[in-house]
Design a protein around this ligand. Structure first.
Ligand code: AMP
Ligand code: MN
Ligand code: MN
Ligand code: MN
Length: 279
């Protein structure tokens, strides 16, 4: 079954409406789709309806921001009930953290003689959550950088003038919210975290011990070699495997995202996390 279990709409930092994400997934031949916006579930009703109309199976999802040993780690929840109070209360807390952080990024960039970035980023977010991606898009629109990647490298990433250390929630807590909402927890794009091999093992072991179910083996953020390595980690740690493009829209200044349905299949030794929904 061709699936894509990690995508974003403009309810977080994607560019498209949920129904447009579904249309692109359909063009890519996707048969099972999850919408997984950062820290918010507002796009799920529209995506569910669009999937029903397009004949695509739909999984409600979310991508939760967590902090582990001072590092931001993303945990995708799949098959969640968005009405679950434990999940919504948790996500609301993260959006409050985001709000505080956005104000601090604005202050830090203003000190660096770049004023008005919160207003600019908020306008681009159109009332949805403000992420660093919106700051990056604003910096690009004003000519401070030539690409979104450069905005992260020069202004928003670690060691940069706008970098604002943020404490999200512990991984176990995000997993508890996901499980409380009837979903399964998936470690997003594990190759993207810059970790020593010892720490990577520690992360995988703690994720598993905390109730984590699967890791993304094939991801828009992974190379073919990453997929092979993480297929082995999945086996070693008794974790199932997921696949997701991390699609944020068709084009981004200075780059583009993997299109839904465009990724290689999982390596054959993997157990697909979507088995439980594909039947
Ligand atoms: P936030 O959750 O607000 O900290 O924003 C994180 C988001 O920024 C990620 O979900 C990515 O979509 C995007 N992002 C992070 N690093 C980069 C990068 N180097 N280039 C482009 N986008 C990035
Ligand atoms: Mn994002
Ligand atoms: Mn992510
Ligand atoms: Mn994502």
């Amino acid at each position: 079954m061709r699936c894509d279990l990690h995508t974003h709409s403009f309810h977080s930092d994607g560019i498209l409406a949920p129904a447009e994400v579904v249309a692109h997934a359909r063009e890519g031949g996707v048969e099972l789709l999850a919408l997984t916006d950062h820290d918010v579930t507002d796009g799920l009703d529209e995506a569910r309806a669009a999937c029903a109309a397009a004949g695509i199976r739909f999984l409600p999802g979310v991508e939760i921001s967590t902090t582990w040993e001072g590092m931001t780690i993303h945990i995708v929840g799949l098959g969640i009930d968005p009405a679950a109070i434990i999940l919504q209360a948790g996500l609301k807390g993260l959006r409050d953290v985001r709000h505080e952080r956005a104000q601090e990024i604005d202050r830090r960039l203003a000190k660096h003689r770049i004023p008005g970035t919160l207003a600019g980023a908020s306008a681009l977010a159109r009332g949805a959550i403000v992420s660093r991606t919106h700051f990056a898009r604003y910096l690009h629109s004003q000519g401070y950088v030539t690409s979104i990647g450069q905005a992260f490298r020069r202004y928003l990433g670690r060691g940069c003038p706008g970098h604002t250390p943020t404490v999200w929630v512990p991984i176990e807590e995000a997993i508890a919210w996901i499980q409380g909402a009837g979903g399964v927890a998936v470690l997003a794009h594990p190759a993207r975290y810059k970790l020593s091999s010892g720490k990577r093992r520690k992360l995988l072991a703690e994720f598993k011990a905390g109730g984590g179910h699967a890791i993304e083996v094939v991801s828009g953020a992974h190379s073919a070699d990453d997929a092979r390595r993480f297929a082995q980690f999945a086996q070693e740690f008794g974790l199932e495997a997921s696949l997701g493009s991390d699609y944020h829209g068709p084009l981004e200044a200075g780059g583009s995202w993997a299109r839904p349905g465009s990724l290689a299949p999982l390596p054959p030794e993997c157990t697909p996390v979507w088995r439980r929904w594909a039947a």
